[in-house]
Design a protein around this ligand. Structure first.
Ligand code: SF4
Length: 214
């Protein structure tokens, strides 16, 4: 139980307590709700609106994450994480004290984030081990490690994961099927044709509705 309260609230689209395909090691993944970029063929259409979905305070989210054992870090995806930079900055500082690593996606490029000259955007950047930057571009789509188009770059801000640099441009499909109670979801790096095929099989053979956590 945290003996402090950080009342700043985050608007979250989805949470996944354990994932092996959203960054290095086993990670808690937070998909932030809301993104203005509207990239054609964005796989996360339901995360684009800014309507309230799961509203959680930084303190409550911190408690939820740290109640999970055997994770080595947290990944912020979206939606656009940097539109909620203030809350994520405070959350990151708390999580780093617990020894967890932090990775974030952003539709903004690193240069665009720096150019914003915003104290919370810069603060959040300073807490990251890894940043995957840039919009999804369908005409540059490729099944690269942790990302779906070639323009997206991976920055290793700390030494912890720099050994991944050697393999970061390998191509290959990473898929993870998560089953929690009656919720079945697919996450990872795959194209929507494959998702539709798996969803159809699960629906027709088992009556299971598959959701995507890209
Ligand atoms: S930046 Fe990401 S979440 Fe936002 S529209 Fe583009 S692909 Fe979708």
């Amino acid at each position: 139980m945290a003996n402090f309260k950080i009342p700043i609230q985050l608007n979250i689209g989805r949470l996944l307590a354990r994932s092996r395909v959203n960054g290095p090691g086993v990670r808690f993944v937070i998909w932030l709700q809301g993104c203005n970029f509207r990239c054609p063929q964005c796989a996360n259409q339901e995360l684009l609106s800014y309507e309230p979905k799961i509203i959680m305070s930084v303190s409550d989210l911190y408690e939820l994450i740290t109640s999970n054992t055997n994770i080595e870090g947290v990944t912020y995806s979206g939606g656009e994480p940097f539109e909620q930079a203030e809350g994520l900055y405070h959350l990151s500082k708390l999580l780093k004290k617990e020894g967890l690593t932090i990775m974030s996606y952003s539709g903004y490029t690193y240069d665009e984030l720096v150019y914003r000259n915003d104290k919370y955007v810069s603060g959040l950047l300073s807490t990251l081990d890894i940043l995957v930057d840039g919009r999804f571009k369908a005409d540059e789509a490729a099944p690269l490690m942790w990302r779906g188009s070639r323009n997206q770059r991976v920055y290793f801000f700390t030494k912890r994961y720099r050994h991944y640099k050697e393999v970061i441009n390998r191509e290959g499909v990473d898929i993870e099927l998560s089953i929690a109670d009656k919720d079945v979801s697919l996450t990872g790096n795959f194209d929507m044709d494959l998702f539709e095929k798996i969803a159809e099989r699960l629906r027709d053979n088992y009556g299971v509705v598959l959701t995507e956590n890209v």
